[in-house]
Design a protein around this ligand. Sequence first.
Ligand code: DP6
Length: 330
Amino acid sequence: MTKSEVIEQLLPKRRSAPRAAATAFAPANIALCKYWGKRDAELNLPTASSLSISLGKLGSEVTLAPRAGHDRFTLNGQLIAPESSFARRAAAFLGLFRPAPDFYYDVTATNTVPTAAGLASSASGFAALTLALNELFAWKLDRRKLSILARLGSGSASRSLFEGFVEWHAGRAPTGMDSFAEPLATKWPDLRIGLVVLSDKEKPIGSRDAMAQTRDTSPLYAVWPETVARDLVALKEAISQRDFTQLGEVAEGNALAMHATMLAARPAILYFLPESIEAIHTVHALRAEGCEVYFTMDAGPNLKLLFRKADLRYVIKGFPEVQVVAPFAT
Ligand code: DP6
């Protein structure tokens, strides 16, 4: 099934004329149980479910307006070249939603995740684009359908439609109509995320290609789906019981297991820098001293810390540059 066929099924049959402009915001999210591997690359359907936490006010704001001639992209106040990877990915996604072949978009995006934070902005970006499209054309789609549409842009974007803890159900249907994200009810006000930026250099390989290479060549990938299944149950249990130790241990173990599958890929995929290893040792040293902090890592060298409010000053001692997010702050 193609993306266009999925979209055709989801959008209202009667289409309204676009509004003059529409603006939407979506938060960035960090997976505690990772999405790593697809069963369908066209529709970004995952092999396994995943679970994330959204970053509140950190994310992407997108304004869309109809435009003649060609698409135009402005990111954080700067006009972006059409051949840049940002513009190409956004144009490919928006191309799925042109009401006429000569209909183009003026896209103004602002990332409230500091650009040097080394956090993927594609999840919040595609989620915000989807929400802005929903407004621009007054589709009035529910969040579940919007989550499916955002997934067509980037898998992890399906989770950025929601605040707090979010589970993305892998689903089974070849159409992906059962592969959407949903928020969990639990709130955890004293939970903190720390962003530790170690490098903002270009990554050796993007997550999309890295995922495919891992699945195709890593002997350790065979155990990944069962690892995820177990971790997901343990994480949901930790969340519902507010068991921080279990949450941290499972999230850290899941991230390391994902990186282990990559290290065993041929050729190996290594996102760790010497600074990443050093930071991991700092996390472990803090823990040995009684400060309960854990980390997770994605397709890049930076660490994201998990800790509780009461441990903030100890975490800052180990990581003076850490940027702290309170995901459940009102
Ligand atoms: C390591 O969502 O960026 O961050 O679906 O190909 O766009 P595509 O991949 P993407 O992959 C995210 C991978 C990850 C783990 C996660 O967010 O669950």
